[in-house]
Every structure is written in C-alpha cells, then in structure tokens.
Design a protein around this ligand. Structure first.
Ligand SMILES: [Mg+2]
Length: 232
C-alpha cells in the first residue's frame, strides 16, 4: 500500500525534516574557523543536543543560567572529541549559531511539495517537539506558516505531550477527528518519529536523508531520501 496515497491527513516533523537542522551549526563552526568533516559534525551536534537535555534539568532547578547551559553544552560535547573549547570560543559559536538559526531555509522542494499535497489532502500539518515560541519562530522563518494553518501546527510544549510518547499522535487524531490508519507521519528520527507513529497505528514515511540505520524492529511504510521520491 502506498502510505501517502491512501492517507487523508499528513503530518510532518519539523527539525531536519523540513529544513537542514545541521546547517546553522555547521555555518557557526565555519564562522569560528572550526571545520569538521560532515560525519563528525553530525556526531558532535548529537552530543550537543544530548548535553542540552542533561543541562536543561540543571537549569530548571535554577542551578545554572540559560546562557551558561548554551556554552557548557558545546564545551562538553567538543571535549568528547578531543577539542577543548574556551568559554569565549563556545560563546562565539553560540552567538553565531543563534544568528544562523535566523537564516534557515526549507529544503528546496518542500514548499511546493506541501502546496501540492494540500490540493489533494484534506489535512496537512506539523507535529514537532520543543518550546512553542522557538519552534513557531522557525516555522515562520521557513514561511511554512503562510501555507499551513496555525490550528494544524502542533508543538509539544503547547500540548503537554512530546514524541516519542505515542499519545501525542492520538491527541492529534482526536483534534482532527480522524482514524489512525488515515494518518501519515513524515519524519527523520527513528526513535521520535518512526517508532511512536507506527505504534499509534499511523502510516509513516522515514525521511532518511542522513542515511541512518533502523534502530528497532519497526518497519516504516516508505523510506525516502528526498521529496521527489514521493508520488502523491
Ligand atoms: Mg526531526
């Protein structure tokens, strides 16, 4: 069965599904004369995000400031790869990273793909994890807010549930009043996108543009490397 052809509701993940999530980090490092090979860049970035989560718990207890969290996550991550960053270096990378995040661009084919999809599907939306303002800001920079109506944009912090909790998918079904097998999710991350959408009974398309390996027995309904691979 062609998952997207039979679905009536299509939801997209945001980060690294609608735009290149690594690009702002890559550009920030380049600006600070830290050039890493592509494979290492992804590994370091993953560890930055890992430390971001770890330090977030420390921050919510009031033990460190948000500024320090953002600096220390970089220092911890780079340290794992034998690169010792001074606080000043980490601060410079962080400042540039924030600037680069304001310049993100949707994958070239994605806006027209969504527009075509909306001509033949009653429901097209986004489901993303993260702070509501931050995620919405990115959606605006990508100009996707001009295509997808606000009531079809679901951000974990606003609804109080986050992927990989499959209840977030069930929440959307309820809101949209639609059966799970009529829903299709498109995302890049195995643990957060593929596993819970399949377990919620959705169709799912793995946007595997980073050529990762499956991490469990789950089987996505389709695997694509770019949006030209999808026939609506
Ligand atoms: Mg993602």
């Amino acid at each position: 069965m062609n998952s997207i052809r039979e679905a009536e509701a299509i939801f997209f993940d945001l980060d690294d599904t609608l735009y290149d999530h690594l690009m702002p980090f890559h550009m920030a490092l380049k600006h600070c004369n830290l050039n890493l090979p592509a494979a290492k860049l992804e590994e370091v970035f993953k560890r930055v995000r890992y430390y971001s989560d770890v330090l977030w718990k420390v921050y919510t207890k009031g033990e460190i400031s948000l500024d320090l969290l953002r600096i220390e996550r970089l220092r911890y991550a780079f340290n794992e790869f034998g690169i010792l960053l001074s606080k000043e270096q980490a601060k410079a990378i962080q400042e540039r990273y924030v600037k680069e995040q304001q310049q993100i661009k949707a994958f070239p084919e994605i806006l027209s793909f969504i527009q075509n999809l909306m001509k033949c599907k009653p429901i097209v939306g986004i489901l993303t994890n993260g702070p509501a303002d931050h995620q919405m800001n990115k959606i605006k920079i990508l100009q996707i807010d001009q295509i997808i109506p606000k009531e079809r944009i679901f951000i974990s912090d606003s609804i109080g549930l986050a992927k990989p909790d499959k209840r977030v998918f069930q929440y959307i079904q309820k809101q949209m009043n639609i059966e799970p097998n009529k829903c299709c999710y498109i995302g890049d991350t195995w643990k957060n996108d593929i596993v819970p959408s399949i377990e919620a009974g959705w169709q799912c398309i793995w946007f595997n543009h980073r050529k990762r390996k499956p991490e469990s027995h789950h089987i996505p309904h389709e695997i694509i490397m770019n949006y030209h691979d999808i026939f609506i």
